[in-house]
Ligand binder design. Sequence first.
Ligand code: MG
Ligand code: MG
Length: 276
Amino acid sequence: MRSKGILYKTEAQLRSMIAPGIATRLGLEAAAAAVKAGVTPLELDAIAEKAIRDFGGEPNFKLVPGYSHTLCTSVNANVVHSIPTDEKLQAGDMISIDCGAIIDGWNADAAVTVVVPDPNRPALVAAREKLSEVTKNAMWAGIAALAKGKYLNEVGTAIEKYIHENSDYGILAEYIGHGIGRDMHEEPPVFNYEVHNRGPQIKAGLAVAIEPIISAGSPVSFTQPDGWTVTMKDGKDSCQWEHTVLVHNKGIWVSTAADGGAAGLAAYGVEPRPLS
Ligand code: MG
Ligand code: MG
């Protein structure tokens, strides 16, 4: 991955990344809307695939060698890369849904987390909602840092600061964001924590997936024997949110958000700009 270097996109190429962003969002919205007790992750997978294909996209996770699903569906202590199963969701479960689409050779990648309501366990639901909310807000803090910053590693500094100021959660070190374009995973790495160099310059043509991956307990994880599903070692909850963000001549645009990121970025005084 390192050998290719950062592939800065032209404005025309960035415009080509809008459609896969919409397809990815529609897949995620359809899957998230279907989350309830009794539904299976495999059913969510089929719902997301239909939404992506109805828009004219293709699920890009299926193009990853060895992976044959549209989504990764990580329930409770499973954190990322979880293969959808036929195990029914239970009241109170939290599920992180990671999704991507490709159109005309250009990619998008995004993730949301949903907590299944459980009137009998309000404390559990509240704790899981808080983990999801803090992770989502940390993602927006990172996206705002991309909009305002000079160097890419300001994103990770902002994410870590948000997490530490608002929780005692852990940040998984091994799973980070990435450049995105013709490949779903490109240079540069986008850290979720402070590192001791400033990283590449933020400038027009940069396209990145920003994806904090956060644990309620210790941030130590392991990969299950299926070779994909990553689970927290202490069995505690974990969470992922993700958006694909395009940096262009007039500002930034979150390609996987319906409003380009306007609502999430308002608190930071950042107004996303559509590509003209
Ligand atoms: Mg993803
Ligand atoms: Mg990603």
